[in-house]
Design a protein around this ligand. Structure first.
Ligand SMILES: [Cu+2]
Length: 171
């Protein structure tokens, strides 16, 4: 009885696996669920998003005394190749400066830190999500309303480059 269930599960997994391994144009690296936090430009009171740090912490990146408006992009990276890879750079049509960040607890305070790269394991995935790794959009150049889209170009350690369209939406 138990054995039969096991067989059923195994064959189902096998089916899923063969379904993924389409011989034509199999994407080595894929991006899914890409989204960006909305921002309103020109509003006097810019609410600070929970879990993120205010512009003051980004003083080094802002030449303007008032500081630019920031947002963050999140997505899931999948690596279908047998080799580990890493996201090493990102750029966007909606921000002057784009950095890769992580959120760490430092003396029980959440702080954002730039990181060199975000690892994507072989045959695995990495999630960029609130409270963890994210793509920081610094000096956002236009209003980002829910429903808008933001282009993100992602460069990987392997040299692969992907451009994705991220939807602006509330967390
Ligand atoms: Cu950040």
């Amino acid at each position: 009885m138990k054995y039969k269930v096991m067989v059923a599960v195994v064959s189902l997994v096998g089916l899923l696996f063969s379904g993924c391994a389409t011989p034509t144009t199999e994407a080595a690296l894929t991006v899914s669920d890409a989204w960006v936090r909305p921002v309103a430009l020109m509003s006097e009171a810019q609410p600070t998003t929970a879990g993120e740090v205010t512009n003051a912490e980004h003083g080094g990146h802002n030449d303007m005394a008032m500081g630019g408006v920031t947002s963050a992009a999140y997505l899931t990276l999948r690596n279908g190749t047998p080799n580990a890879d890493a996201l090493v750079r990102a750029s966007s049509d909606a921000a002057e400066v784009v950095e890769l960040h992580n959120v760490e607890m430092v003396d029980s305070v959440m702080q954002m830190r730039p990181v060199e790269q975000i690892e994507v394991p072989a045959q695995g995935q990495s999630e960029l999500k609130p409270g963890g790794y994210h793509i920081m959009l610094i000096n956002v150049t236009r209003e980002l309303k829910p429903g808008d889209t933001v282009d993100l170009t992602l460069t990987f350690r392997s040299g692969a480059e992907l451009t994705v369209s991220a939807e602006v939406r509330q967390p």
